[in-house]
Design a protein around this ligand. Sequence first.
Ligand code: C2E
Ligand code: MG
Ligand code: MG
Length: 488
Amino acid sequence: MVKDADSVSVTEPADSSKIQPSVGVLSDKKFLVDRLLHALERMSRHNRGVAVFFVYINSANMTLGADQHQSMALTPTVAIVERLRSFLRFSDTIASWGPNKFVILCEDTTSIDQVRSIAKRLMESLSIPLLLEGVPYKADVLVGAATTDNRLCMPNELLQDAEEALQTAMDREPGVCELVEESISTKNRSTIRIEQELEGAISAKQLELLYQPIIDLKTGKTCGVEALVRWNHPIHGTVLPDEFLPIAEKSGAIFSIGSWVLNQVCQQSHNWSLGKAEKLKSAAKAKTQKPTTKSTTKTGLDNATANNTATGKGKWFQLSINLSERQIKADDLFETVKNVVTSGQKGLPEEIVLCLETKEAALAGSTPEMLEQLEELGVILAVDDFGVGWSSLSYLERFPVKIIKMDNSLISSLGNSVEDNIVANGVVSLAHSLGLKVIGEGVERESQAVALLEMGAEAAQGYYFARPERSAAVSNFITQTFKIKDPN
Ligand code: C2E
Ligand code: MG
Ligand code: MG
C-alpha cells in the first residue's frame, strides 16, 4: 500500500527547538519532500539518480541527559547535523524526521556504488566521537537508503522504501546500511502504482498517438507515418513510451494499449484525406515522370517510390505501428490485425498498407507461420532499430521481413566521413541483396539524409524532417515536399 509522505509517523526531536540558527542547514520535512519532488522531476533531463538516506542515531548510547542538553549551546542534534554536513555536498539536504532520525537527500547520484559509498561515509562520519563541551559523545548509527533513476517515482514511495530499509537495518548490528535499489527490486512501489494507473489510462483518455512522417528520399514526399504513443499523465506530464511500455509489457497492459493503438489509427487515419492526396500526387507525377517498370509493389515504400498506385491496389501510404515482444508473440495477433484490415469502412482507409515494426530480438522469438499469414493479408513487417545488439541475421530469411529500419546509432555518425558511412552502407547493401527496403531512423541533419540517399536507402525519418506530431498534422505532412539536398 502506498502511503503519503505526510502519513509517515513523525515526532519532532525533543531538542529540535534548540537547533542553532547557525545550523540553518537542518531542513524540515516539507522542505525535503519538495526538494525530492523537484529532483525526481528534473531527473529525466540529467540522466542521473536520487538517493534518500534514513539515519537513525541510537539514543540508548547517549552519554548526556535531557537536562544537560537544554543548557548546552551545542546540542547533540546540532553536533550530529554539523558532523553529517561535513561529509556531504553543499547541495545535499538534511531534514529532521523524528526522535534521533534524520533524512538526507542526495541529488544527481551517478551509480549504485556511489550511493553505497555515501552511506558508508555517513556511518563513518559518526563513528568518530563528537565532543560536546569537552565530553566525548559516541553515537551508534543505522542507515536505511533507497535510490532510483525512475522519474515516475513519487517522493513518498522512495521515502517509504528508505524507511523500511532502516527498519531492516534496525534488526541488525549498529553501523549497518540497508539499501533498496529500485532497479533491482522486482516490484517496487512506483512500478505497482504505474501499473495500476496504466490500467485506467485508456478510459481516462490519457493516452495519445503522435505521428512522424516517413520521407521517400527520392521525391521528398511523405510515403507513410509511424504512430508513437504518449501518456499524458496528470502528475508526471508527458511520459514517453520507453518509460511506461516496459511496465505495461510486464503487467500485460501492453495488450489493451496495443488494441487501443490499432483502433485509434483506424479512426484517425480517416481524417488524413489520403484519397484526395493520392489524386493530386498521381496528377503531378503524370506530368513530370515517365511510368516506371520497377518490381511488383509490395510495401508502402515500393508504392511511393515506384509511383504506381495501380499495382499496389491504391495502397501508397504506409502506416507503421510498433509491436513489443509480447505483442508479436501473442496467439491472437493474426485475428486482431485481420479484424482491422478487413473491416471495411471501420478499418483502415484503402490507401493504407499496415506495417508492423518490431525489434530484432522480439522477432526471433516469434513464429514465421503467423507472420506469413499476416503478409497474405497485405500487412508488412519491418525490423526496428536494426544494427544494435543482435548478431544473428538468419531471421531475415526465415521471417517475411520487407523493411529494415536502420537504428539512430548508425545514422548519427553519417555524413562525417567515408569511414563513418561504411557500416550503414553495408546494412543497405545487405538489405538490398535480400530484397528488403531501408528506412533510416533518427535523421537530424541534412548530411545524414544525403548520405542515406546516396547509399540507396529508400526512405528516412527524423527531426530533420519533422518531429512526431498530432494526427491533425498528418494531412500537412502529405502535401509538403521535404528538402533532401540543397540544390546549391
Ligand atoms: P522506435 O519505434 O524506434 O521509434 C523511434 C523513436 O525515435 C521515437 O521515440 C521517436 O520520437 C524518436 N525519434 C524520431 N526522430 C528522431 C531523431 O531525429 N532523433 C532522435 N534522437 N530521436 C528521434 P519515442 O516516440 O520515444 O518511442 C520510443 C520507442 O517506443 C519506439 O522506438 C518504439 O519502440 C516504442 N513505441 C512507441 N510507440 C509504441 C506503441 O504504440 N507500441 C509499442 N509496442 N511500442 C511503441
Ligand atoms: Mg518503430
Ligand atoms: Mg527504431
